[in-house]
Design a protein around this ligand. Structure first.
Ligand code: KG4
Ligand code: ZN
Length: 342
């Protein structure tokens, strides 16, 4: 079975082909970062229009790259939620129309399930069961994963997602959108211990997170250390480092707790923030300290949004016989624990 995957939930247009026997045969991505940069964040209407422009050329590109003609594609998977409604509709309408024209099935895929299973695209994939830490621009969730579609939410952010906290703090530091990678780069020049940010909610039991207070803490720290509205570059780097350390250590404490609570020894991290090197190091240290377990994550380009993860999940589900009718389905809000197992 060979599946075409399409991702258009936010500001990246992605397409990929996944084959049952040969794995990932090709993927292509177009990032809208430059388009939204002037606005300091994603403008939904501009995102939708750009997906319309880019999707067909990207699909043509992956068909060519993978040596596929329409007759060897057995199904189409598209992100049907969660995400920006207009952006989702572009992918859904495109996928449904193409599936109708090629007379093959199509299936709406949950974007966060795509992230969650993205480490399965690597040569050394994790085995079930495991704990997954999903850290993206819109979500921060700890999930107990028993198998595909068997997800139990252990905890989540009660306010800002980790990526959102990175983006907002980066903006306060005058960095360009998307702030996560820019803040991480700046933090490389930071001096450890110059500032100490709080570790939100680690002293309370449970596995929920709260990151909105960090942004306020960052704002106050920046104000306290500015003179005439100007802040020293070194101080900015120190603040970026303190912020990053706080997020990495908070996430790591909660991951350790989730492994204890579930009895699992495998930890998977995925989503845009899982590209963060300091987070990966903190989690690896936590696993080493436990003395058991293993950490899995996707390659850097599959941490952020991509078509490959959608093609992969589409393959799993279509191969299991899952189908939907020809109605265009978009689910801007879609709890992951309502997904069917396979
Ligand atoms: O998964 P993703 O591409 O999109 C969503 O589904 O939201 O995640 C994007 C988020 C952004 O908030 C971005 O700033 C953050 O991931 N991000 C990072 C890094 N790379 C991307 N945050 C921290 N460090 C990074 N290296
Ligand atoms: Zn994402």
């Amino acid at each position: 079975m060979r599946v075409l995957g399409i991702e258009t939930s936010c500001d990246e247009t992605g397409a990929a082909i996944y084959d049952a026997n040969q794995g990932l045969l090709g993927d292509a991505l177009y990032s809208q970062v430059a388009l939204h940069a002037d606005y300091g964040g994603v403008v939904p209407e501009l995102a939708s229009r750009d997906h319309v422009r880019k999707l067909l050329p990207l699909v043509k590109e992956v068909m060519l790259k993978s040596g596929s003609t329409p007759d060897v594609i057995d199904g189409i998977a598209y992100t049907s939620g969660p995400g920006l409604i207009g952006a989702l509709m572009v992918g859904a309408a495109f996928a449904k129309s193409l599936a109708l024209a090629w007379d093959i099935p199509s299936l709406g895929i949950h974007h966060m399930e795509g992230h969650l299973l993205s480490p399965m695209l690597e040569d050394d994939p994790p085995e079930f069961p495991f704990v997954a830490l999903l850290v993206s621009g819109g979500h921060t969730q700890l999930v107990d994963v028993a198998g595909i579609g068997q997800y139990r939410l252990l905890g989540e952010s009660i306010d800002d997602a980790a990526g959102e906290a990175f983006d907002k703090t980066a903006k306060l530091l005058g960095l360009d959108y998307p702030g996560g990678p820019a803040l991480a780069k700046l933090a490389l020049n930071g001096r450890a211990g110059e500032f100490v940010f709080p570790r939100p909610m680690v002293n309370r039991p449970g596995l929920d997170f709260s990151f909105s207070g960090l942004k306020t803490f960052a704002r106050n720290t920046i104000e306290d250390n500015s003179k005439y509205g100007q802040i020293d570059e070194q101080v900015k780097a120190d603040i970026a480092l303190a912020f990053e350390r706080s997020v990495a250590s908070t996430l790591s404490i909660k991951c350790a707790r989730a492994l204890e609570a579930t009895g699992h020894n495998t930890l998977v991290i995925a989503g845009g923030v899982s590209a963060n090197q300091r987070l990966r190091t903190a989690l690896q240290k936590m696993i080493d300290k436990r003395g058991k377990g293993k950490l899995f994550f996707p390659r850097p380009e599959f941490c952020t949004d991509n078509g490959a993860m959608i093609a992969l999940v589409g393959y799993y589900r279509l191969a299991a016989g899952q189908r939907e009718d020809s109605q265009v389905i978009c689910r801007p809000r879609w709890p992951m624990d309502t997904l069917p197992g396979i």
